[in-house]
Design a binder for this molecule. Structure first.
Ligand code: HEC
Ligand code: HEC
Length: 304
């Protein structure tokens, strides 16, 4: 009998602690989101200034095209359907074409900013972090305005987004407020970066999402690019810190980000090939050079 009481008391404590943690996380995260939103409020003037051509380059750098286009099965640009395996199940990227019903054609630039900076759906719910908003949280306002202009200019494709196939319940989205307090960077001030290279690598190009270790809750704990032995689809992802890349020159890296060839003359495969083919290959050479220079700088860690 005493054992039963003890068990019930412990279970009650666990529930109280769990609920308080989620509530605290929710409140703290909401404050952070409001702060980010306040910095990034769009006026109509900014929105109309969005440049679709520049926006396409942002979409390339940020991997939006690679992850939202089912190239392997001949899917239409941005119509979704790419499967992302994870320990939590399979996420499937949604349709983000300009179709008003199955895509995001009816969205405003503020809705896009809320999705990218705060991981929030227009109805207020949290997105799963398979959508790498942990990296996009630092995106610059002009980049988002340009990205929006480009997204709206793409062909509308009417094709319903497939459902995710997850091992965790849909209800777990509620706990993501707490999760975000751990993994969405708090220091989102646009001037936190030393220059364009660091901004691209750490922000939109989200290299850490694959090249950094993940912890028990699936988050990128420290954003060091020290490699991940269990990357996407269980493949090992190499370290790309300045130390790990000591045998590469800045030119080698620029070339790699353009055509995917390593200094030894091997061509990269799998996920990195997609990052390059649909992303970095289409950037300006100035952007590739800035990324390469940052990767080789002492600021990019000495860990392996
Ligand atoms: C690693 C893959 C990946 C990348 C890269 C990615 N997304 Fe996504 N995106 C997803 C997934 C998965 C979801 C669904 C999340 C959910 O259901 O909670 C999503 C959701 C979205 C949504 C919400 C759509 C809706 O109907 O609510 C938008 C908008 C979006 N992404 C735009 C972008 C843009 C713009 C970029 C580039 C800056 C981008 N995504 C990059 C995987 C990705
Ligand atoms: C979707 C996951 C993913 C993303 C995002 C990603 N990478 Fe990679 N990267 C990989 C994988 C996997 C490999 C190993 C490929 C292979 O074995 O051929 C790799 C290899 C590399 C290499 C070669 C390293 C070596 O020692 O051979 C470099 C350099 C590199 N990535 C740089 C980057 C940069 C810079 C970014 C950000 C713009 C980035 N990667 C983003 C998955 C990714």
């Amino acid at each position: 009998m005493r054992a039963l009481w003890l068990f019930l008391a412990m279970a009650l404590c666990a529930v109280v602690i769990g609920v308080s943690a989620v509530a605290y996380g929710h409140a703290y995260n909401t404050r952070m989101e409001q702060a980010r939103s306040a910095l990034f409020t769009f006026s109509d003037a900014v929105y109309s200034a969005g440049d679709p051509e520049r926006g396409e380059s942002v979409a390339r750098a940020a991997g939006c095209i690679a992850c939202h286009t089912d190239t392997e099965n001949g899917g239409a640009l941005l119509a979704g359907g790419v499967e992302l395996d994870s320990p939590f199940g399979t996420f499937v990227s949604p349709n983000i074409t300009s179709d008003r019903f199955s895509g995001i054609g009816s969205w405003t630039v503020d809705m896009l900013a809320q999705a990218l900076l705060n991981g929030r759906r227009p109805d207020g719910k949290h997105y799963w972090p398979a959508f790498p908003y942990t990296a996009y949280a630092v995106m610059q306002r002009q980049d988002i305005a340009d990205l929006f202009a480009w997204l709206q200019s793409t062909d509308p494709i009417q094709e319903a987004s497939p459902e995710h196939e997850l091992r965790i319940p849909e209800l777990a989205r509620v706990g993501l407020g707490l999760w975000k307090t751990l993994y969405v960077p708090v220091d989102y001030q646009p001037d936190r970066f030393s220059g364009r290279g660091e901004y691209l690598v750490e922000g939109p190009a989200h290299c850490a999402e694959c090249h950094a270790r993940r912890d028990l809750f699936g988050g990128v704990a420290d954003r060091q690019l020290s490699g991940n032995s269990r990357g996407p689809e269980g493949a090992s992802v190499p370290a790309i810190t300045a130390v790990a890349l000591r045998d590469w020159t800045i030119k080698d890296l620029e070339f790699f980000l353009e055509i995917g060839m390593t200094p030894e003359g091997d061509f990269t495969g799998g996920h990195m090939a997609a990052v390059i083919e649909q992303g970095t290959a289409h950037l300006s050479s100035a952007d590739r050079q800035a990324m390469a220079a940052y990767l080789k700088s002492p600021a990019n860690g000495g860990f392996e």
